[in-house]
Write a protein that binds this ligand. Sequence first.
Ligand SMILES: C[S@@+](CC[C@H](N)C(=O)[O-])C[C@H]1O[C@@H](n2cnc3c(N)ncnc32)[C@H](O)[C@@H]1O
Length: 316
Amino acid sequence: MSPRPWRDAWWDALYGPNGFYRRAEGPAGHFTTSAHGGLGAVLAEVVASLADQAGVCRVVDLACGRGELLTHLHDKRPDLEFVGVDIVERPVDLPRRVEWLRSPGGGELPDDLREIDALVLAHEWLDVVPCTIAEVDHDGVLRGVLVNAAGAESLGDEVSTADRDWADTWWPTAKPGNRVEVGLSRDIAFADLLSRSRTGVTIAVDYGHTKATRPTQGTLTAYREGTLTDAIPDGQRDLTAHVATDSLGADEVVTQRELFHRLGLTAATPEHAGATADPLGYVHALGRASTIAALTDPHGLGGFHWAMTRHTRGHA
Ligand SMILES: C[S@@+](CC[C@H](N)C(=O)[O-])C[C@H]1O[C@@H](n2cnc3c(N)ncnc32)[C@H](O)[C@@H]1O
């Protein structure tokens, strides 16, 4: 494959006919997110509580993997309705009451996803929406980075005017060698998602940065079978880059840690006296405290950004 813009190679590597996300084992076969296992059970509580606050009884999980979080939600809150959206066929073991929509992938959404009255969660979606990778050349010009099939990079043409404008506004740099992950494709994807809602709340959750914390060398990286690996667009690995969450135009962006604390979820260990009075309850409370500690760790999952926008348009 001759060198081409990262954004195109990235899209094919994840969503093309042999794309990484079409593999049978799904994302959970390669990395763990807050949606999985014991973490997912607590995340489901948070999502259900935000749906209650927003006054909606439906949860749409966009980019839901194989429906891991929806399965937790279904167990905890059978009173709610659920829709899972991802690029593959409906997983066979998904609870029957969960509806399923198939999506094209990346920044493209299914036509049927419209007129939404729900809490829409996009958990670790935007980081896998391919974006322009750019680098400042020796003359201070921002040029697109090209990549070949083996992952070798070279500099291409100057970026488009739209990408340049985005970078000037959100990620200005003229220092030769600095990289910019142009968030325009993520902003457009998020705006498209917002435009499909009538009532409720839309939430994108990702590793993120803001103008004050942009990385100078970018964050594009890859995961395969639980290991951080080289970014090669070969369909054998996840390709991900952190999200510029301040440019999304959400009503509010808070860290996961702040949000959990706001909802009263803290990692306080239970009173030791409970160990004799109610040993099983004590063990359960200890486990829960350690799960919440992991979800709110400021240097780990607690640093995730929650970009939230409420919808009050009402029915047309
Ligand atoms: C990093 S995984 C996150 C999975 C799950 N939300 C979690 O947190 O465990 C990204 C998922 O986004 C899905 N995805 C990417 N673009 C999508 C789109 N436009 N519509 C639906 N799913 C999409 C991928 O297929 C993949 O399952």
